[in-house]
Design a protein around this ligand. Structure first.
Ligand SMILES: *[C@@H]1O[C@H](CO)[C@@H](O)[C@H](O)[C@H]1NC(C)=O
Length: 353
């Protein structure tokens, strides 16, 4: 009996050192779980944030306009383009916030060529004023980024009496782009980027009630219609710009944590909780800017026009977004609404004389 006593003890000792029994086993298990969860979350986050534009493309001296860029995706887009050497015109509605963002961008990029300009897309005369001043100031325009947008706002009319979301997201940019088009052409190769949204999928161009006068639905109606309009505009413009050296593409930036949703959620505390919970399912503004940046910068996309990009990749469009007849109709209608047709007619007469 006494002989056998040390034996099991020894065995236990050996086992303990080999297999991490007891508290050690738990610790190791917890550690492995933590690393595993961390890895999964990291990968998930990577997927949600999407690919970054990492090419070293420089745009020294090139002239850029970004609309709606005092915050969110627009600000990140302007910042990155400033970092790469562009002359950046920040076109914002709120002059004070524009200036604050401008100073921050200058400080972070050490690029002094960043300028504040007032542009209220809800006012056609503001769009005209902005364009006139810009055309007088700069002899070229290399990149135009139609970034500004509003989402699911309460029913309200623009200065000119258009439903706000259609007016700002589509008509304001429609006029702006048209007024700057000759300058873009004479600066070719140049690019236009239109920030649209995958929400176009739910959109329908309401031919009978484009302005939501009979019925207003803030998201599925007016917002989605305006985003579909952005794409139809892009497609028609790409056709008009064929062989001009100016390309135009539209992007879905992703679901981004910006102030865009400021109207859509009712209360403050609900907003706070919502942001906590869904924070990891949405992109940061910086990640949200990447698709716009790739479409604006990537030399590989030099010839690409009339396409739709999301997560920096080209995506096929639903047939309603490729509807040529609808794109033609919307273009003509928009020309009438912003008063471009008259001018074009006048220009043609002048040219003919
Ligand atoms: C806009 O920028 C200029 C400098 O370029 C500055 O003097 C001016 O105060 C800025 N505007 C506003 C409203 O802050």
């Amino acid at each position: 009996m006494p002989d056998e006593l040390p034996h099991p003890l020894l065995q236990e000792d050996e086992e303990q050192s080999l297999c991490f029994r007891g508290p050690w086993a738990w610790l190791v298990l917890i550690l492995i779980c933590c690393i595993g969860i961390g890895l999964i979350m990291w990968l998930f986050r990577k997927c949600v944030q999407g690919p970054y534009y990492r090419k070293k493309t420089r745009i020294d001296g090139k002239v850029v306009i970004v609309t709606g860029c005092n915050t969110g995706i627009g600000k990140e887009t302007a910042l990155e383009l400033a970092r790469r050497g562009g002359r950046i015109y920040m076109a914002c509605r709120d002059a004070a916030r524009c200036e604050a963002a401008r100073l921050e961008i200058i400080e972070r990029t050490q690029n002094q060529n960043v300028f504040n300009r007032t542009l209220d897309l809800a006012s056609l005369s503001s769009v005209r004023q902005f364009s006139e001043r810009f055309l007088a100031e700069e002899q070229r325009l290399d990149i135009l980024i139609n970034n500004a947008g509003i989402m699911a706002t309460p029913h309200k009319l623009t200065v000119d009496g258009f439903e706000q979301q259609f007016g700002v997201n589509h008509l304001g940019h429609f006029l702006l782009t048209n007024l700057l088009l000759e300058r873009l052409k004479s600066s070719a190769p140049s690019r236009i980027v239109v920030v649209s949204s995958a929400a176009y999928i739910c959109g329908r161009i309401n031919k009978d009630d484009l302005n939501s006068e009979k019925h207003y639905s803030k998201f599925l109606g007016a917002y989605c219609q305006s985003k579909l309009a952005n794409i139809l505009f892009t497609r028609k413009l790409a056709e008009l710009l064929k062989n001009s050296g100016v390309t135009v593409n539209c992007v879905h930036p992703g679901i981004v944590r910006t102030e865009l949703g400021r109207y859509s959620i009712a209360t403050h505390w609900f907003n706070a909780i919502w942001l906590r919970v869904f924070g990891c399912f949405v992109k940061t503004p910086k990640a949200g800017a990447q698709t716009s940046l790739r479409v604006a910068l990537d030399p590989a996309l030099e010839k690409c026009s009339g396409e739709f990009y999301a997560d920096s990749m080209r995506f096929p469009l639903l047939s309603k977004a490729k509807d040529k007849e609808m794109a033609d109709w919307l273009w003509q209608e928009s020309e009438k609404l912003v008063g471009l047709q008259r001018e074009n007619a006048v220009q043609t007469i002048v040219v003919n004389q």
